[in-house]
Write a protein that binds this ligand. Structure first.
Ligand code: GLY
Ligand code: MN
Ligand code: MN
Length: 483
C-alpha cells in the first residue's frame, strides 16, 4: 500500500490501538545508566552557566513517499539512547527550576505518539516511554518546545554543533526537526548556522564530544568487540566462498548476510567491494562488476552493532593464490601495518605512526621500481594511516596522541591504477589491510584477529570449503542471454 492510501486506511481505525512490537529482542543494549553517565561526563566538562543542545538527524527521502531507513545522530544516541527522529536534548550545567518547582538537569523533546503513524512506520517511544525506558524525568513532546519559556539569554555559553540547514519542513506537523531548530534559533537568537563565536560554542561542542567519545567505556567496548568480530567472521566466510565468477555485489551480499546472521542492524558505511582496478577507488560503492575474475578483491566492510561500527579491510586473490606482483605489494603493506602496530600504545602520536609506515612503503616501492623517489609515495598511498572508530566509522576525537581506551584503525594501502607511470605488470593492483585496535597503556589489543591477514592464512582460508558453496539459486527466466 502506498502512502497516499494512508488517509483511507486511517479512517478505518475507529479506536487507537497500540501497534506492539516484538519483545523478543537482544539483551545487550546500552543501559539508561550508561547514557546518564555520558551526560554527567559532558556536564563535568561544560563551563559554568552553560547549556548543551543536541538534536536528532533529519529523515532523508529515498523515493517518492519512501524514506531511507532512519539512522540517529550518534551524539543524540550517545547522550540519550533515543533513536527516533524529530527530537532534541538540552543538557544544563546547573540544575534548573521548572514552573511547578521541580528541578531538572536535562530536557528531552520527543516525537509525539500517533497510532495512525505508528501503524505505518512502527512504534514510537513517546513521553512516557522515554521516562520509563531511558530514565529521563523531564520529557515533552516536540510541540511543547514552542511554549517553553527557557531564557537562553541568561547562559554564558550555548554549546551546540553546526545547525543543519537542509531539513525539510513536514508542515502537517508543527513539531518536526525543522520547527525545533527554527524555534531554537528564535529563542536563543542564533543567526549564524556555522556559529563559531564565543557564545555559541560550535568548537566547544566538537571538543567536548571528541574528548568523551574518543575513550570507550567498558559497555561501548563490548559492543565494538562484537561489531568487529562479526565483521571478521564475514571476512573469513567470504574468503572461503569467493569464486572468480561471482559479482562484486554478490560478494557484498555474502558479507552483509553474515552480519545479519549475527544480529548486526546495519553496515557502518556503504560496503566497498572492488575487484582488480576497482580497488583503487578508495571508497568505491557501486560494486557493479559482474565477475571478480582471477583478480584480487578488496573488501572494506564493517558491521554496525547497536550503533557501534567496525571497519575491516581484507584484500584476497579470488582464486586462492597471490601472483608474484600481488604478493610483493601485499607484503609491503603488511610490513607497514606491522611496523605501525608495534608503536601502538599510550602516548604515540598519529604523526609517528604515519611516518614509520609511510616510510616503509616508500622505500619498498622505490626498491620495486614503481617510483623513483620516495616523495612520490603519496600518489599510490593517498590516504591517512587510520582513524578512530565507534558510533561513527570516522569517529569523533580530540587528541593527537593515542590514549588507553581508544579504538582505532591501522590501514595502510597501495593502489596502482591502470595506465600508471610504471611497469604494466603492477597495473590494477590495489591492496588495503585494515585492522581495528584497542589502545592499552603499554601496547594494544588486536580486535580484528578473527579475519585472516597473513598471506599463508589467506591462501589457506580461500582454499577451504564454505557452507555458502552450495547456495545455488535457479537461473532467472527474465535474464538476458549470456547472463
Ligand atoms: N571504510 C572507510 C575507511 O576505511 O575509512
Ligand atoms: Mn577506515
Ligand atoms: Mn575501511
Amino acid at each position: 500500500m502506498r502512502l497516499r492510501d494512508f488517509v483511507i486506511a486511517a479512517t478505518l481505525l475507529s479506536t487507537t490501538p497500540t501497534f506492539a512490537q516484538s519483545d523478543d529482542l537482544p539483551d545487550d543494549y546500552l543501559t539508561p545508566a550508561f547514557h546518564a553517565g555520558r551526560r554527567d561526563s559532558l556536564r563535568a566538562l561544560m563551563p559554568a552557566n552553560s547549556v548543551t543542545v543536541v538534536w536528532a538527524f533529519p529523515t532523508r527521502n529515498f523515493s517518492n513517499d519512501v524514506d531511507y531507513v532512519y539512522h540517529q545522530n550518534p551524539d543524540m544516541y550517545y547522550f540519550s539512547g533515543y533513536k527516533e527522529p524529530h527530537s532534541m536534548l538540552l543538557v544544563f550545567k546547573e540544575p534548573q527550576t521548572a514552573a511547578d518547582g521541580s528541578t531538572f538537569k536535562e530536557l528531552l523533546f520527543v516525537q509525539k505518539r500517533n497510532a495512525q503513524a505508528e501503524q505505518w512506520t512502527g512504534k514510537r517511544m513517546g513521553v512516557e516511554g522515554a521516562k520509563q525506558k531511558l530514565g529521563f524525568t523531564h520529557v515533552f513532546n516536540g510541540e511543547d518546545f514552542k511554549g517553553t519559556n527557557i531564557d537562553f539569554s541568561k547562559f554564558d555559553k550555548i554549546i551546540l554543533d553546526r545547525l543543519p540547514t537542509d531539513i525539510a519542513d513536514a508542515r502537517y506537523d508543527n513539531a518536526d526537526l525543522f520547527d525545533l531548530i527554527q524555534q531554537l534559533k528564535e529563542k536563543a537568537q542564533i543567526t549564524d548556522n556555522y556559529a563559531q563565536d564565543k557564545r555559541f560554542g560550535t568548537t566547544l561542542f566538537r571538543q567536548y564530544t571528541g574528548q568523551l567519545r574518543e575513550i570507550k567505556t567498558e559497555e561501548e567496548l563490548s559492543l565494538l568487540r562484537k561489531a568487529v568480530e562479526i565483521s571478521c567472521q564475514g571476512q573469513a566466510e567470504v574468503m572461503k566462498a569467493v569464486k572468480p565468477d561471482m559479482s562484486e555485489r554478490e560478494v557484498q551480499g555474502l558479507h552483509e548476510f553474515v552480519h545479519k546472521k549475527y544480529g548486526a542492524e546495519y553496515v557502518g558505511y556503504p560496503s566497498i567491494v572492488g575487484a582488480g582496478n576497482n580497488g583503487c577507488v578508495l571508497h568505491y560503492q557501486e560494486n557493479e562488476k559482474l565477475h571478480v575474475e582471477n583478480k584480487m578483491v578488496l573488501m572494506d566492510v564493517g558491521a554496525e552493532y547497536h550503533g557501534y561500527t567496525a571497519d575491516v579491510t581484507r584484500t584476497v586473490p579470488t582464486n586462492g593464490k597471490f601472483t608474484a606482483e600481488q604478493k610483493a605489494i601485499y607484503e609491503l603493506v603488511y610490513e607497514a601495518q606491522e611496523a605501525a602496530f608495534r608503536l601502538c600504545k599510550e602516548g604515540t602520536t598519529w604523526q609517528e605512526l604515519d611516518k614509520v609506515s609511510r616510510g616503509l612503503i616508500a622505500d619498498g616501492m622505490v626498491k620495486l621500481g614503481i617510483i623513483s623517489k620516495k616523495e612520490d609515495v603519496n600518489k599510490y598511498y593517498p590516504h591517512g594511516l587510520g582513524h578512530h572508530i565507534g558510533l561513527d566509522v570516522h569517529d569523533r576525537s580530540a587528541s593527537s596522541k593515542l590514549k588507553k581506551g581508544m579504538v582505532i584503525t591501522i590501514e595502510p594501502g597501495i593502489y596502482i591504477p591502470e595506465n600508471s607511470p610504471c611497469d604494466k605488470k603492477w597495473w590494477g593492483i590495489a591492496v588495503r589491510i585494515e585492522d581495528d585496535l584497542l589502545i592499552k597503556e603499554k601496547d594494544y589489543e588486536l580486535l580484528s584477529w578473527a579475519a585472516p591477514r597473513k598471506i599463508s592464512d589467506i591462501e589457506k582460508t580461500v582454499a577451504e570449503k564454505s557452507p555458502l558453496d552450495n547456495f545455488v539459486l535457479p537461473k532467472l527466466k527474465s535474464a538476458r542471454k549470456g547472463f
